[in-house]
Design a protein around this ligand. Structure first.
Ligand code: TXA
Ligand code: MG
Length: 311
């Protein structure tokens, strides 16, 4: 049996399948089955107050879960789907309440990965898909990083994720970004022909978004270059994630790309490598760029780390 056929069988049985996307790996289950959706919350240890994104093969499938498909949604889907844009719209009453954490709105997106699009078409039903990590931990960007028991989660290997951080979550009427991601407010505004509010810093506005999130097991701090000597002096074994080496040198230096796209793609794998390096502290040099993609990267970094406080 091919992986895809096995995956469809598992989903039909109410079981879970991790799938690749262009952002991070998702933990998939039949979005129309309340018990399958409850399995996702249970295995992730996810608070029931944090709603799930529903993944669809196309706009026709999106209409199976939303009560209304406004013209602006159609324009955005034409421009960005398949791709890293999640739209928040009124839900259909048939959708299990667990998916939306009891709310009236549902988040939908069409992921840009051939294997997962084929999975959605063959299964013929929408799939919930939170990132395939335990709640609060680092999102997986390779199949090997999906860490659940194989008898409970089948992993479809679609190679490393190109985007590296999660989709932009957008609410409509008026258009506003709830979680910053790979698609920027400027790109959205261009398609809509009106202003799109950026995520209100420092807190993004998606419900259930935890302050501590995307976090490695090893303590991690976000540092400014001028604080580095003090941070370095305070730890014997330290890993540094930065786009340039700093003096005095770290035990483990994990070079990060200087451009925001490259940085995003590398971020979660870099945090995992630092976690596996056997250090007592992970330091991340705070990136300074103005580009809106840096805002999305900083949003993840801020939740994955604590800020270094001068002693
Ligand atoms: O790129 C992504 O979006 C990945 C891949 C797998 O598709 N998925 C992902 O799911 O990041 P998750 O569960 O890790 O994050 C879902 C985000 C959360 O911030 C959640 O609060 C928000 O989407 N969200 C889900 N449903 C919502 C709703 N009805 N209203 C507002 N925000 C919602
Ligand atoms: Mg997540």
């Amino acid at each position: 049996m091919t992986d895809l056929a096995a995956a469809v069988d598992r989903l039909a049985a109410g079981s879970l399948v991790a799938f690749p996307t262009e952002t991070v790996y998702g933990l998939g289950a039949d979005a129309l089955s309340a018990s399958a959706v409850r399995n996702v919350f249970q295995i992730k240890g996810r608070p029931a107050t944090n709603p799930l994104i529903v993944h669809v093969a196309d706009t026709a499938m999106a209409r199976q879960v939303v009560a209304d498909w406004p013209e602006e949604a159609e324009r955005l889907a034409r421009a960005f789907w398949p791709g890293p844009l999640t739209l928040v719209l009124p839900r259909r009453p048939e959708l299990p309440a667990e998916v939306t954490a009891g709310g009236e709105l549902v988040a939908v997106r069409c992921p840009d990965h051939p294997l997962t699009l084929e999975l959605l078409r063959r299964f013929g039903r929408p799939l919930v898909g939170p990132s395939a990590n335990r709640s609060g931990q680092v999102s997986p960007t390779t199949a090997a990083h999906v860490d659940f028991p194989p008898d409970q989660v089948l992993v479809l290997d679609g190679g490393p994720c190109r985007g590296g951080i999660e989709s932009t979550v957008l609410a409509l009427n008026p258009p506003r970004i709830l979680r910053p991601g790979l698609i920027t407010s400027r790109q959205l505004a261009q398609v809509l022909g009106r202003e799109v509010q950026q995520a209100s810093a420092p807190q993004s506005a998606s419900p259930g978004q935890l302050e501590r999130h995307y976090a490695p097991h090893t303590p991690a701090v976000l540092v400014q270059a001028e604080d580095w000597p003090a941070v370095r002096a305070g730890a014997r074994r330290i890993a540094l994630l930065a786009s340039q080496e700093l003096e005095p040198s770290a035990e483990v230096f994990l070079p990060m790309p200087a451009d925001p796209r490259g940085y995003a793609e590398r971020l979660y794998a870099g945090l995992r490598e630092a976690d596996d390096a056997g250090v007592e502290l992970i330091a991340v040099l705070a990136p300074q760029g103005e580009d809106e993609l840096w805002t999305a990267v900083r949003d993840r970094l801020r939740r994955a780390t604590v800020r270094f406080e001068k002693p």
